[in-house]
Every structure is written in C-alpha cells, then in structure tokens.
Design a protein around this ligand. Sequence first.
Ligand SMILES: Nc1ncnc2c1ncn2CCCCCNC(=O)c1cc(-c2ccc(F)cc2)cc(O)c1O
Length: 213
Amino acid sequence: MADSKEQRTLDYVLQNAVRGDPQSVLDFIDKFSENEWAMHVGNVKGPIVEKVVTETDPSTCLELGTYCGYSAIRISRLLKPGTRFLTIESCPANAAIAQQMIDFAGMQDKVKILQGSSQEIIPRLKADHQVETLDFVFIDHWSECYTPDTKLLEECGLLRKGSVLLADNVVYPGAPDFLEYVRTSGRYDCTNFPTHLQYSKKEDALEKAVYRG
Ligand SMILES: Nc1ncnc2c1ncn2CCCCCNC(=O)c1cc(-c2ccc(F)cc2)cc(O)c1O
C-alpha cells in the first residue's frame, strides 16, 4: 500500500531522531513538516501550549486529536511523575503512527492513546479509565466537535473549578461557535493567544478557557 505522509514522517523520525529524546523527535517532525506541511501543533504554537501546561501543573490531562503524537510528546514530557496523559484519536492509522512516535520518544509510560471518537470515549473516561476530573484538556480535533465535546465534558462531570481547556486553530481553520460558547456561556474565563498557523505565515490563535465550576 502506498505509504502516507504520516508514515513518511514516522520513518524519517525513526531514521534520524535519537531514541528516548523527546526534543529530538519534535525537531525532526518539524523539519520534515517544512517540506510536507502537516497539522502538528508545531514549533511556533508549541511553546505557547507548553507555557499554559507549565502554569497549570496538571495531574490528569486529556487531548482530543492525537494525529501523530507531536503534541502528546510536547506536553507529556513536561508532566511530573505519576501524572497521566490520555489522548483520543478517531483515525486508527494515525493512532498506530502516534503510538510508535510516542514509544520512540520514550513517553509511552505517561501517554495512553484511546482510539475512537471523542463522543463515544468521553462518557466512558470515569468508568473505563479511572478519571475523576480533568486538570487540562488540549482540544485539537475537528473544529465542529469542539463545542459539543466541551459540553459533553461538562455534562459528564469531568471538569472542576479551575480545569483548563486549551483549543488550537480557533482562527484557522477556525472554531467560531466554540469561541462564542466559552466566551458567552458565563462558565469560563477566557484568554486568547494570537499566533501563527504551524509551518505557515497564516494567522491563527489558541484559546484558553478556565472552567469556573
Ligand atoms: N471526534 C474526534 N475525536 C477524536 N479524533 C478526531 C475526531 N474527529 C476527527 N478526529 C481526528 C483528528 C482530525 C484532525 C483535526 N485537526 C485538523 O483538522 C487541523 C487542521 C489544520 C489545517 C490548517 C490549515 C489548513 F489549510 C488545513 C488544515 C491545522 C491544525 O492544527 C489541525 O489540527
């Protein structure tokens, strides 16, 4: 079967990066993506994500949209021992690529990939994955799912006062209904981080929404 861009990225990392070195894996994913654009959060938005994670100092994290594992590696390497990073990916092929990328980076003990749709998995997090509440949620899947999944997290009792949501691509491709919801529902304190789309000059932004409880 003809290989995919994601498979080519993994092969490039396996051949060039240093096993067990997360920064090396991130650097080679970024290097490959300069030639073949891909939807990793990237090295411009990445530091903004890291700053929010460090300030939050989370124990239990959820990511929506694993893709190839770039942001899972970027975030989980910052987490203190004993913390958990759960990430949901609906595409089986990308979930398999991400698992290999995360293993190579040495993050396999912190990161657990849940393959399936967020709408099906979120309601099962308490029962199947021993989650009480989430301290940090990185939202990076289809923008049409941002709002329904945010409401689902609320309804499932997975958010507590101070839970931090951080959503990528709120300008490009854009998540206007999500911005409207978190900024006007009265349930969140929001901060916008203007930045640029990965590997591009296009404008983008991240939105941080802290649940008021
Ligand atoms: N309900 C679910 N649960 C879990 N995974 C799920 C899901 N539903 C789907 N997926 C699987 C993830 C789908 C990828 C989502 N991300 C994106 O679509 C995305 C696109 C761009 C982009 C930018 C400029 C352009 F010109 C074109 C595209 C940039 C990004 O940073 C992106 O994250």
